[in-house]
Ligand binder design. Structure first.
Ligand SMILES: [Zn+2]
Ligand SMILES: [Zn+2]
Ligand SMILES: [Zn+2]
Ligand SMILES: [Zn+2]
Ligand SMILES: [Zn+2]
Length: 277
């Protein structure tokens, strides 16, 4: 079969057309009657006919003996302008066709993994993409590093169970890491609590001290023996610290001051009695 005459510029002259396929001559040979045909067309015709083959143009007998086409004719043929048959939009003279096929982005090329079994032919511009996703490319198992064809990776992983083992190990590692994290967090909380308690105690202590000194100040300035310490406490700014602990301390303090008052009263009574005696 010759070259598609539709791809050639303008109307192709009759002399360049094959007498058998009626397309532009490809590798032309000349019969004894001087009519020209594509080499492949003649061979096909000779093989298919049981009876003696004849020239489809002049009906002269065809023999296997064909003469080569004159070089001048071949040069004229190779100078015909044509477009690329792969729709890349490129145009050139026929002589440049082989070179163009080596670079045409739409020309079909064989996958590089033919030896591994890939039967695919893809457009040259799609080859790189295909090589990255070809089932016959060599890959490394992500679980154990074993090298195999991509199409056999799943079989390998389900047979050796390497991926399963790796995932299990990963889960165990993650669990250990997260329980370590929980322990660290708990320890941090315990430390923070202890620090907070210590600060709380310090504030309560200093509050109690300031209360005590204020009370003794009042007692000395007013000369009163009966300071109302019960209400002093609730009116201080630190009333926010009225925790159970503080209340207990407060009550203790009150108890102590009442005890002191009682003792003072009995001292005075004893002193009066002494005077009376
Ligand atoms: Zn032909
Ligand atoms: Zn003929
Ligand atoms: Zn092209
Ligand atoms: Zn492939
Ligand atoms: Zn593996």
């Amino acid at each position: 079969m010759g070259l598609d005459r539709e791809l050639f510029e303008g109307e192709v002259a009759e002399e360049f057309l094959c007498g058998i396929c009626h397309q532009v001559l490809l590798n032309p040979v000349t019969a004894g009657c001087f009519h020209m045909f594509c080499q492949a067309c003649v061979i096909r015709k000779m093989k298919s006919r049981v009876t003696k083959p004849v020239c489809p143009v002049c009906s002269a007998a065809l023999s296997l003996y064909m003469t080569d086409t004159p070089i001048e004719f071949k040069l004229k043929l190779l100078n015909l302008s044509t477009q690329c048959s792969h729709n890349c939009g490129d145009a050139f003279v026929l002589a440049e066709l082989p070179d163009h096929m080596d670079v045409c982005p739409n020309a079909p090329v064989q996958c590089h993994f033919t030896a591994q079994g890939c039967p695919r032919k893809v457009k040259r511009c799609d080859l790189r993409k295909h090589l990255h996703e070809c089932d016959f490319r060599e890959v490394e198992c992500e679980a154990c590093g074993f090298r195999t064809l991509y199409r056999e990776l799943f079989t390998h992983q389900s047979r050796v169970r390497c991926l399963e083992k790796k995932l299990k190990q990963q889960i165990i590692r993650e669990r250990k890491a997260s329980s370590r994290e929980i322990i660290r967090h708990r320890e941090k909380l315990v430390k923070e609590h202890a620090k907070f308690d210590q600060q709380q105690r310090k504030r309560i202590l200093s509050h109690a001290k300031s209360q005590a000194s204020r009370k003794s100040e009042r007692q000395t300035t007013a000369g009163s023996e009966f300071g109302d310490s019960e209400f002093d406490f609730a009116t201080t700014q630190d009333s926010v610290f009225l925790t159970e602990d503080v209340i207990n301390r407060h009550n203790q303090q009150r108890h102590h001051s009442e005890e002191a008052k009682r003792m003072e009263v009995s001292r005075q009574v004893r002193a009066r009695n002494a005077v009376v005696r």
